[in-house]
Design a protein around this ligand. Sequence first.
Ligand code: 2P0
Length: 328
Amino acid sequence: MTTSANNQGTAIAHTNIALVKYWGKIDSELTLPYTGSLSLTLDKFYTETKVTFNEELSADKLVVDGIPQDNVNKAKKVLNRVRQLSGIESFAKVESANFVPTSAGFASSASAFAAMAAASASAAGLQLSSKDLSRLARLGSGSASRSVFGGFVEWLPGTDDESSYAYPLEDVVLTDIFVLAVNISSKKKQVSSGEGMKRSASTSPYYADWQKVVAEDLINIKHALKTDDFSLLGQIAEANAMRMHSLTLSSLPPFTYFEPGTLKVIKLVQDLRSHGVECYYTIDAGPNVKVLVQSNNLEAVKTALSEQFGATKISEAKPGPEIELLDN
Ligand code: 2P0
């Protein structure tokens, strides 16, 4: 059995926003997705997680922002794999702090499970490659596989545990990009993403078409990144988000994450664009909207969003770094 000097590891991981979305698992135990996906890791929002293996514990414990959690199922999937790889038999305490303001309306599972994967591997004395860290994070939450890396990241769907992992895109020329997050609501959603994607994959008649759309979008968005084509990137991201959300509307029973404010942001982005201010929106499994914009239009879009929704509802982010291990 190998462990770190004090059986403890701490890591920081940043959240990411998918531009080509992951929406459906072929295997929920291993979190193997039906399709690939592509995201941008953001600088502003991150999770810091400390993991301690301790022989005196009688169960795994998870504390998020100081609050003990009852449901440790996803964390256990990561910890069990680390125990399996390292030979450690003791339980772990996981202490996680989110620096993702609820006002920003970002889900924290991507950064949380990426940080937990790196911290638990470090606590167990495992020297994992980035690819293996991505596989480990994936067991906790699909989008976490992408938060191991900075910048633009693609998650290769693979066909098994070994082949499903994310990697950072090279030869990206497009670097001038900002994300303005508009908070519409911070309420807990009624349909979790896990349940939502399951329902979409099993009941939407459009699910097969979605898989074709994603394959094409991935090719085209990577071309946009290599040729510094922000317009193409924005058009693909916007259409991909709407097509993901059309899967929820076409599920049985139907559902949507949109709220009235979501449509207001969509309308504002369309209005800005019709006046020559280039920007695009994308929306995850919730009502909040992220607006993509370049530096030349950043202030104009920020001002327009602030006037309509209030400056406190808007957060600004730009491309962020890869996972970071901290000294204990
Ligand atoms: C994504 N989302 O690609 C998509 C787009 C939300 C919409 O990944 O079930 O928390 O834990 O694997 O990663 C949110 O779902 O889902 C998500 P699980 P996760 O970012």
